[in-house]
Design a protein around this ligand. Structure first.
Ligand code: FES
Ligand SMILES: [Fe+2]
Length: 364
């Protein structure tokens, strides 16, 4: 085990011990949230995408992460904020409330919570009466990166996944409609990286049925990242979607992947004809064990003056072809036990992904 892997493992173990200690001490609902019979959920200590940054304004909005109801909004400085979407008083959804004077105000009785989560106003109390210190909203870590809002429910053990092209002025980024599927986030991610289905399910789009053999490839894990690369033929779809930089009927492209555990993929395609690049950045939000939302960018360093719509439409068409199949998979959770499904040599990325999830403490 290299030193990065070993320090990651130590960070995961420390976070696990801390969560177990906090849960055992019963210091509050937030600490106990995410606990089940199997112990604390290690996913709580990772950053997860929860919204396109451009979709989040000062008005509160609801979402769900790992079964935790959340409320998101932007404070007066423009920074994203996140609380548990439950008012301590009567369990009301704070996302139905308003933001006033820098506080999130509950819609039911008007209690106001400041940025730290402390209740600063209970309109029903007589003037000068003390507000109980227990009257707090649970605040979660929230940040913005790569045009996406991310939340971690515990101290994160790894940074937000990187997307270097995001800051590269030579690229044009097309955010695709976030898609919500009735499946787990790992099933969604694994589909994104499954080579064997490209020419079959996406015949004529990402491959063809007459060239299904998966080229040789090799997977390496470094810390929370899996790295692998594959060179494959792709059909020219420019007459319909203008998303490839291929001149003939087919072109050769090299796909270089960075899969950041648990649920993010950066795919860089290089077209051999021209040397141009297309990237896909995909991050999945695990709303619950059986419901997930994917955030995906189609980015390119060619055709910068072309309209963006065909790029988003192409991704939506592929996603819809995938959705029907992936939502049919049982169980919805990705089996981490390799013996639970049939693994063949061309499934080595799926095998590495399942082992990678196991390495960060995910058991099912
Ligand atoms: S339920 Fe929120 S203030 Fe009463
Ligand atoms: Fe697919």
């Amino acid at each position: 085990m290299n030193s990065f892997n070993s320090s990651l493992k130590n960070a995961v173990l420390r976070a696990r011990e801390r969560r177990a200690r906090d849960g055992a001490s019963g210091t509050g609902s937030a600490q106990n949230a995410g606990m089940d019979d199997a112990g604390p959920d290690p996913l709580r200590a990772y950053w997860h995408p929860v919204s396109w940054a451009g979709d989040l304004g000062p008005a509160p909005r609801a979402t769900t992460l790992l079964d935790e109801p959340l409320v998101l909004w932007r404070d007066a400085t423009g920074s994203p904020r996140c609380f548990r979407d439950i008012c301590l008083h009567r369990g009301t959804a704070l996302s139905l409330g308003t933001v006033d004077g820098g506080c999130l105000v509950c819609p039911y009785h008007g209690w106001a919570y400041d940025d730290s989560g402390a209740c600063t106003l209970m309109p029903q109390l007589p003037a000068g009466a003390r507000i109980p210190s227990r009257a707090r909203a649970t605040s979660y870590r929230c940040t913005e990166a790569n045009g996406i809002v991310w939340v971690a429910l515990e101290d994160p053990v790894a940074p937000v996944p990187v997307f270097p092209e995001w800051d590269d002025p030579g690229y044009r980024h097309v955010p695709c409609a976030p898609y919500t599927w009735a499946t787990s986030a790992p099933r969604m991610v694994e589909n994104f990286t499954d080579f064997g289905h490209l020419g079959w399910l996406h015949d004529g789009l990402l491959g063809t049925k007459d060239a299904l053999e998966v080229p040789p490839h090799h997977v390496e894990q470094t810390g929370v990242e899996l790295h692998y690369e594959i060179t494959m033929e792709v059909p020219n779809t420019n007459d319909r979607f203008a998303v490839t930089d291929v001149s003939g009927n087919r072109g050769l492209q090299t796909n270089t992947y960075v899969l950041t555990l648990p649920h993010t993929i950066l795919l860089r395609c290089t077209y051999h004809d021209t040397g141009a690049h297309r990237t896909l950045f995909f991050a999945a939000q695990p709303e619950s064990a059986k419901r997930s939302t994917g955030f995906c960018y189609q980015s390119r360093d060619f055709g910068l003056d072309e309209p963006d719509a065909p790029y988003a439409e192409f991704q939506e068409l592929l996603a819809e072809q995938d959705r029907v199949v992936i939502e049919s998979q049982r169980p919805e959770e990705l089996p981490i036990d390799l013996a639970a499904e049939l693994q063949l040599p061309f499934d080595r990325v799926a095998i590495a992904y399942r082992r990678g999830l196991a390495s960060i403490g995910i058991n099912a």
